[in-house]
Write a protein that binds this ligand. Structure first.
Ligand SMILES: Nc1ncnc2c1ncn2[C@@H]1O[C@H](COP(=O)(O)OP(=O)(O)OP(=O)(O)O)[C@@H](O)[C@H]1O
Length: 328
């Protein structure tokens, strides 16, 4: 269980995390979703005691992380900055950490096996691909068999098989009753992995809901085809109703459900050729929710080719090579 209350982090005049309060519960996967620069990593670093809050507090299983007698068994984290000696093998890295925490070699071999690193465990970690580095980071997080797992962008750099593996692992760990908190800037990823989602934008919590409710809150629109569009617009006009015309005779109406639109059309003897409820996707709801919170927005290329630089692909849009075959 993770409990944040009024958590604030300022870097000089920049407020990275702006008074957030949330609870991450055991037994489910909770996604921590937000655009780049929203404050996800900073929040996770504060949970793990790596950054000191400017105000507020965060506890892990009832206490600040550093106050636990055996912190590695309370929480394991995959955070962006990895402190892995590049000349050391994956196995030696894990063994060194295990020894200082009184963890036996058997657990080291177990986590190597769980993370699919067996074939490369004796190779230099410095030669690892991004995906293998992620697997080693996850192995490190699992070493103490922790009750809580905190994973910052765990699918970054993983190939499709690796992405699927992280998803299944997160679900499995939650099904064992552990607390699993993982960040992503991709709604599609969170939708497939998490049961619950906390959305953050510019350091503030924008939503804290079960994934299944996320889309309901966004509402959908209804696609209506009619030869009498002008009259239908007239009879449906009311506060909170918006109508857009995509092409002659085709309307998108939001703020009224399909049943009510059908009833209004019948009352006014307006012929309808189509009446289709359109569910908004999770991605639509997320984009709408965070549209004011995107720190590094990609400008559309201008017609004259000036100013707008091409957007770099997000790191996790670039699939890494084989996770096993490219060890040196
Ligand atoms: N050490 C630091 N010094 C100054 N500013 C920082 C520092 N760490 C983070 N920030 C700023 O705080 C804000 C939140 O950053 P953070 O890394 O927590 O966001 P994030 O949601 O994890 O984004 P990303 O997905 O890009 O990592 C950003 O504006 C970032 O530039």
């Amino acid at each position: 269980m993770i409990e944040a209350r009024g958590l604030v982090k300022k870097y000089g005049s920049k407020t990275a995390v702006d008074g957030v309060s949330f609870t991450v519960r055991p037994g489910v996967v909770t996604g921590f979703l937000g655009p780049n620069g929203a404050g996800k990593s900073t929040t996770m670093r504060m949970i793990m005691g790596l950054d000191r809050p400017s105000d507020g507090s965060v506890t892990l299983n009832g206490k600040p992380y550093a106050s636990h007698r055996s912190p590695l068994t309370e929480a394991g984290a995959l955070l962006e900055a990895k402190a892995i000696h590049p000349g050391r093998s994956a196995r030696d890295h894990l063994r060194a950490l295990a020894t200082t925490h009184g963890i036996g070699d058997r657990r080291v071999d177990e986590v190597i096996d769980m993370t699919g690193l067996t074939a490369v465990a004796r190779k230099r970690a410095g030669g690892f691909s991004l995906g293998m580095g992620q697997r080693l980071g996850i192995a490190t997080a699992l070493l103490g068999d922790p009750k809580t797992l905190i994973l910052d962008e765990p699918v970054n750099g993983l190939d499709p098989e690796g992405v699927l593996w992280v998803r299944n692992l997160a679900k499995y760990l939650a099904s064992e009753g552990r607390t699993v908190f993982l960040s992503s800037h991709l709604m599609s990823e969170v939708a497939l992995t998490a049961d619950h989602v906390i959305v953050i934008g510019r350091g503030k919590i924008l939503a804290d809901v079960p994934v299944s409710e996320f889309v309901d809150d966004g509402g959908g629109s209804v696609r209506v085809r009619t030869p009498d569009a002008a009259r239908l617009v007239e009879v449906t006009s009311a506060d909170g109703v918006t109508v857009t015309a995509d092409e002659p005779g085709l309307l998108q109406i939001s703020g009224l459900d399909a049943q009510r639109i059908g009833e209004l059309a019948a009352e006014h003897r307006i012929v309808l050729h189509e009446l289709t409820p359109q569910a908004s996707t999770l991605e639509d709801v997320y984009m709408e929710l965070t549209s004011d919170s995107v720190e590094y927005r990609t400008e559309a290329p201008s017609a004259h080719g000036a100013a707008a630089a091409p957007a770099a692909p997000a790191a996790d849009d670039v699939l890494s090579g084989s996770t096993q075959g490219d060890a040196r």
